[in-house]
Design a protein around this ligand. Structure first.
Ligand code: URA
Length: 434
């Protein structure tokens, strides 16, 4: 087979065969396809889409591009969760320890930042020495001992996704239903979870702008999970404003720690509690959602969830002192307030623009080789429906460069639309697909 034929076929809107998809992923994994050809195919898929059969084929080929874990020798039932990507979405950092502290092992493969959305691995690398790269033996040992592992795309698990993900991030090919579905579900299948909770975001900061498109993505992922024999549930959640207050790697880690300590923004805690409770239900640990939420709240209040988080940080080489003293995490040199530019109520937030502003501060990548500045970002204590007087403080910008700070302030303020009318707060969730 020739890569150029496959690119042309998809460019012309025709379906790729199972053999063509399998061959492409095999050659990609063997590093026999140059980035420019992979990028061209990604763009063709982005523009032309994929049928359900092609999406399933792509998912399975990526899942098989490395090892496929069977974790049953160390954990009888493993639950995993994945978000489709958002701004300020540090949910994994809180939900994983909550669920593990309730006695349900969570072994998770996470990603890096993608487009305007942050990535769990980039956030966790705010901890000095923390690493997501690990041999399978460590993954299993840690799952057995702590019940909590946060691995990255490695040469071992779904390596093809790592290659595609890094290219999609910088070629404008992120927001594609088949590419997102295959990326998320291949990792989940390869990592051996028995049950999968999908947090599918919709809104101005999500790759799925409408509830309808989020439902479509959720539906195909739930179907792929069911075909593969995994219990899969998807929540459709709001991303028309950043989740919580912190946007930016170390800032988000600090907010996650505060939330595990019993504080943190109300919307973020409500979100984490709901996601964690659904995971407990999937694992059969609770009789109903309310009972599951009570369990989750208990392990937060008595410190067991924070202890799990600390255990995971140190098991993966991180400095546990930064959990107890988050001021030891990377700190920006410049911290300036954000003032409301006028009196009024926040009508809408272009959340992707806020995410891009954080990327431009240095918190994300514009090209594959960019180094992340973990310290930079925003604290935005402003939600749709909130009222501010002109000049009132809405949050802070954390930067390491005065020019970037000024630019980020401009981008952030432009992303917020004001009104003189009353605006209703946004819902957290739009439904569940199972
Ligand atoms: N998360 C992933 O792992 N992949 C995507 O494509 C989007 C979100």
């Amino acid at each position: 087979m020739r890569m150029v034929d496959i690119i042309e076929k998809k460019r012309d809107g025709r379906d790729l065969t199972t053999d063509e998809i399998t061959w492409f992923i095999h050659e990609l994994t063997a590093e026999r396809i140059p980035d420019y050809q992979t990028a061209a195919l990604l763009m063709a898929i982005f523009l032309r889409g994929m049928s359900r059969r092609e999406t399933v084929d792509l998912t399975l080929a990526i899942a098989r591009s490395g090892d496929q874990l069977d974790l049953h020798d160390v954990a009888p039932f493993v639950v995993d969760k994945h978000s489709s990507g958002g701004v300020g979405d540090k949910t994994t950092l809180v939900v994983q320890p909550l669920v593990a502290a309730c006695g349900v092992p969570v072994g998770k493969m996470s990603g890096r930042g993608l487009g305007s959305s942050g990535g769990t691995l980039d956030k966790m690398e705010s901890f000095t020495g923390w690493s997501s790269a690990m041999p399978l033996a460590q993954f299993k040992r840690q799952l057995a001992e702590i019940g909590l592992v946060l691995a990255g795309q490695t040469a071992v698990l779904a390596p093809a996704d790592g290659k595609l993900y890094a290219l999609r991030d910088v070629t404008g090919t992120v927001a594609s239903t088949p590419l997102i579905a295959a990326s998320i579900m291949s990792k989940k299948l390869a990592a051996g979870a028995d049950a999968i909770l999908l947090d599918v975001k919709t809104g101005s900061g999500a790759f799925m702008p409408t509830v309808e498109s989020a439902r479509e993505l959720a539906r195909i992922m739930v179907d792929i999970g069911a075909d593969a024999g995994r219990k899969t549930v998807a929540l459709i959640s709001d991303m028309n404003q950043p989740l919580g207050h912190a946007i930016g790697n170390a800032l988000e880690v600090k907010e996650a720690i505060a939330t595990l300590q019993g504080g943190g923004p109300a919307d973020f805690w409500a979100h984490c509690r709901e996601v964690a409770a659904h995971m407990l239900l999937l694992a059969g640990k609770a009789s109903d959602l309310d009972a599951a939420k009570t369990m989750v709240t208990e392990v937060r209040n008595d410190g067991r969830a924070l202890q799990k988080f600390r255990d995971m940080v140190t098991a993966q080489g991180g400095d546990g002192r930064q959990v107890d003293n988050p001021d030891l995490l990377p700190q920006a040199q410049l911290v300036e307030p954000i003032h409301a530019p006028q009196t009024g109520t926040i009508a809408t937030i272009d959340t992707a623009a806020v995410g891009w502003a954080a990327v431009h501060l240095g918190g994300g990548r514009l090209v594959k080789s960019d180094q992340i500045d973990h310290a930079v970002g925003f604290i935005l204590r402003a939600k749709v429906g909130d009222h501010f007087a002109a000049g009132e403080t809405m949050g802070e910008i954390h930067a390491n460069d005065a020019t970037k700070l000024a630019q980020a302030r401009q981008e952030l303020l432009t992303a917020i639309q004001w009104t003189g009318e009353t605006v209703r707060p946004l819902p957290h969730f739009y439904g569940t697909i199972s």
